[in-house]
Design a protein around this ligand. Structure first.
Ligand SMILES: C[S@@+](CC[C@H](N)C(=O)[O-])C[C@H]1O[C@@H](n2cnc3c(N)ncnc32)[C@H](O)[C@@H]1O
Length: 221
């Protein structure tokens, strides 16, 4: 699959796209992305009392489960650029009775305004590959800053590993035509995390609709 070379929408355009998409996001993406997010959550294996941050929490499908996994004594914090997506996430965690355990923050993943070393774990699904190749190391450095030494990060991302196929070519075509809507730029996830100084613990290459997806667990040394 071709990798991360296509034009990147500016932040205002990204926010506006996700604001517009927020009402429909779950209906459009849950069946293809939900099972892969679940694999990432299983790899992260949160424990009671842990503090976890989700970068690009979207509509909060993972955030609700992260908050459930850390129990009464833990906490989850979801950050996202889009107020529309955050609004859906807020309603979801409130409906689950988890509003006090799951905080939400509008912020750019490039510089989240949260304390260094404040988290035991981080979760990132279908978000890292939205960034320009030059920004990904900055996002991962910001993620590392939030994690304590020994903290874990699970990333689920569309992957550029493997041979191209009909679906990857169709995806590339759709991305050229509608960059605002088809916005993932597949990456070599495990390698990218290692280049950012994270230490690989577990990796899986799977797919959705014929499109390769990596699910990776790393540790902040
Ligand atoms: C493809 S969605 C995935 C959402 C969620 N992680 C999931 O798996 O359903 C990408 C999310 O990243 C958010 N996002 C995009 N650019 C961002 C940035 N610079 N900082 C924080 N969030 C961002 C979008 O608003 C959107 O909610």
């Amino acid at each position: 699959m071709r990798s991360n070379t296509r034009p990147i929408p500016c932040r205002a355009d990204t926010q506006a796209s996700y604001d517009r998409l927020s009402r429909w996001y779950d209906a459009l993406a849950q069946s293809s992305e939900g099972p892969l997010r679940q694999l990432g959550l299983q790899m992260l294996a949160l424990r009671d009392g842990e503090r976890v941050v989700e970068i690009g929490c979207g509509t909060g499908d993972a955030l609700g489960r992260l908050a459930q996994s850390v129990g009464d004594t833990g906490g989850a914090c979801g950050i996202d650029l889009s107020p529309g997506m955050l609004g859906v996430a807020q309603r979801r965690v409130a409906a689950m009775g988890l509003a006090l355990r799951a905080g939400l923050l509008r912020a750019d993943a490039i510089h989240p305004p949260l304390a260094a070393g404040a988290f035991d774990a981080a979760f990132v699904s279908f978000t890292l590959e939205l960034f320009a190749a030059s920004e990904i190391p900055v996002v991962l450095a910001a993620c590392r800053r939030l994690l304590r030494p020994g903290g874990r990060v699970a990333v689920v991302a569309m992957s550029s590993r493997g041979k191209g196929n009909l679906m990857t070519r169709a995806y590339g075509w759709a991305q050229q035509k509608w960059p605002q809507w088809v916005d993932c730029r597949p990456i070599r996830t495990a390698e990218t995390l290692q280049e950012a100084g994270l230490v690989l613990r577990q990796e899986m290459l799977t797919s959705t609709w014929g499109l390769p997806v990596e699910v990776v667990l790393d540790v902040n040394p």
